[in-house]
Design a binder for this molecule. Structure first.
Ligand SMILES: [Zn+2]
Length: 293
């Protein structure tokens, strides 16, 4: 959703910390992409070099297959390190185990920050057009891990302003480590650039060159400086009226994928300089919305 102030943008990407690796974000003019390695999940049923490496660290027999004995060892390790004892080697457990070089990681994803390529620009034809307040060169394509509603790690995609790419990656890395559930994270273009359709799909997204809701100015999403998280369960409420007339998720009581004032998700974003739409006054509350000024 949106806010009614328009700001000029300044700055480009700086250093981006991804997991254990520090990489440099591309400058506004660079057409390059930087990648970093981050393990997202290894669990029962998996096999391969990473499982072998985990078994070696846990001092169980190494066969490269994540079976019951490996899971029991992971749970014991997690308990002894005050981690969530779920038997899944996610980023926190992986880190506590000492980590591994990317070349040894068999089950991994690359979190990344990259410039908008011509192919991506073609894909963005419903969210971007001539006359938008930020040129494509001022935007970044960001991939981040997230913990799904299915209790597995996934890789999501966002387009954000270059100036907040680093803060965006840091915040979503924290959410993933916290196992904050996100239903899906795809570009709004996968929904025809239509915010309503994206909201109804509970899709987490950021950039969309559109006007503010209930107004005429550019939305902060048109600057790539706002992110909507699980928008169906974190609704936009205008003067007491929830969007689409659905009141089910208006109360800020704990629930799957919901953001509450002061909770870990709130803190992950506000620590990175974002403000939350749930803190707004003057009759508009936007519980899905974080923005960076
Ligand atoms: Zn928003």
């Amino acid at each position: 959703m949106s806010h009614n102030l328009v700001r000029l943008l300044a700055g480009t990407g700086a250093a981006v910390a991804l997991g254990a690796t520090l990489v440099a974000a591309p400058s506004a003019s660079a057409a390059t992409s930087t990648l970093s390695c981050s393990v997202v999940a290894t669990k029962s049923g998996d096999s391969g070099v990473l499982v072998s490496a985990i078994q070696s660290r846990l001092r169980v027999s190494v066969d490269g297959v994540f079976g019951p004995r490996t899971k029991a060892a992971v749970v014991a390790f997690q308990k002894s390190h005050r981690l969530v004892a779920d038997g899944i080697v996610g980023p926190l457990t992986w880190s506590a185990l000492g980590g591994f070089p990317c070349s040894a990681v068999g089950t991994s994803v690359a979190a990344s920050v990259s410039s908008i390529t011509p192919a991506l620009a073609t894909r963005m034809k419903t969210s971007y057009r001539a006359g938008c307040p930020v040129p494509l060169s001022g935007l970044r394509y960001v991939k981040v891990p997230y913990w799904g509603y299915d209790q597995r790690y996934h890789v999501g995609e966002l387009v954000v302003n270059a100036s907040i790419a680093s803060a965006t990656v840091t915040a979503f890395n924290t959410l993933a480590r916290n196992h904050f559930p996100i239903q899906q994270m795809r570009l709004v273009d996968d929904f025809g650039g239509n915010d309503d359709n994206s909201v109804k799909a509970n899709n987490t997204s950021a950039y969309n060159c559109r006007k503010i809701t209930n107004g005429t100015g550019w939305s902060m999403h048109a600057y790539g400086k706002a992110i909507d998280i699980n928008p169906w369960v974190n609704p936009y409420v205008y003067q007491g009226h929830p969007q689409y007339g659905v009141s089910t998720y208006v109360p800020r009581t704990p629930g799957k994928g919901k953001i509450l004032c002061g909770d870990a998700t709130y803190k992950a974003f506000t620590a990175g300089g974002f403000s939350w739409g749930g803190d707004w006054k003057a009759g508009v509350l936007d519980y899905q919305h974080f923005e960076h000024r």
